[in-house]
Design a protein around this ligand. Sequence first.
Ligand SMILES: Cc1ncc(COP(=O)(O)O)c(C=O)c1O
Length: 445
Amino acid sequence: MTPSSRLLAARQPVTSLPFDHAEGCWVYSPDGQRFMDASSGLICVNVGHAHPAVLQALTEQARKGAFASPGSLTPRLQERFAQAVTKAVGRPEDRVTFACTGTAAVEMAIALARSVQRARGEAHRHKVLTASLSYHGNSALALALSGHRRRRPHPDDGLGLGPAFDPPYPGHHRNCPLDICDSGCATEVDAAIEEAGADSVAAVLVEPVNGTTGGGYRPPDGYLRAVRDICTAHGVLLIHDEVLTGLGRTGLPLAAHHSPGSDADFTVLAKGLGAGYLPISAVLMSPEAAEDLLSADMPVPLMGTMSATPLQATVGMATLSVLEDIGALDRERVRGAVVTDAVGKATQDLAVVADTRGCGYFLGVELTPGTQRRALALSREQGLLLYPFNGFQPDGGGEGVIVAPPLNISEEETAFLGSALRETFERLNSETPRAPSIDRTRGAA
Ligand SMILES: Cc1ncc(COP(=O)(O)O)c(C=O)c1O
């Protein structure tokens, strides 16, 4: 941002590059330089830029009619889109409502969960419990609930809300009795429900794989299932925020698919649905929750003006069909191992890399303190654009870069990504004095 800029935008660790156009995994500057978009924009351009099938759908539908009021016109395309979304993530019996952003869909899921509780006669259940390392969006409510340390609202603005339990990640589960968290650490969720007063809790809201707050921490085996069981035992609804992870980002259609038996009552999708072409998000609701809600004589919180226009529905169906064609919606096969391996090899045996985590096409590389800015600069010299993540440690420190290319990255492009990353981290390593290693066991602080 220059001093004369009229644009209010987030400060970035390195200056932004001039943009001309983009195609596939690549973005081009006006002088013809190209960079691999190795974080898919903001981890959303999951089918690559300027995909011909999506562009065709977009332009044809825009010519036919971008908007048609569902107040008076049959939402035929939206109905087809709803069916396509539920099928895409293996929840064909679900009901769906659409919105534009991940934030709006998370808020919609919360509103629906509270309504379902009331429809069930649970009049006092309104609280929503979240993890102390999490991000759920930038509205007042979502920020108040998110455990994003850098984005926590001022205490006066937090609506009296805040995260309720520690997640089972190294260094983040305070007072964990184990060296490494296991599924038993879900007792934190149980304790948080008890502490809030079980009959006042409407829902638990979690990211099944941690997103950009921590750079892809994965819960231990069995943890999400245990959370599911705890919620069921308390009559609490479970919301999975799959805004970032949904639709193939972690190698399966949903991140929750890595954890059998963990199915949520509500699943929230966003980034990969519009895939950077249009703002589209969705809340999927289980048939049981939908039946209770719809059979009660009460208003249902639904639709905003731009909730699934024919244009959004058509583009959403086009991205889903590309994802299906590339196998990203196949539940039987975990995809992305080549990308995960490339990142693993690029970071191997380098002291500057504190940790590598994540799965599929979503990897976080944690770096030693004070090196992130240089890593971003060096990666650009190698023709890569990466996404920074910061401030995830309980003491406010912690820095790293996200590697999250489009899900249709080719073998050749993956090889480029691997060698450009290796060169970046080797150079960073050789420039960086050795720092003491970080203790990642036993939840500190
Ligand atoms: C897990 C998660 N939830 C919610 C959001 C908010 O989505 P949006 O930025 O589309 O409002 C994000 C955005 O990064 C996210 O990563």
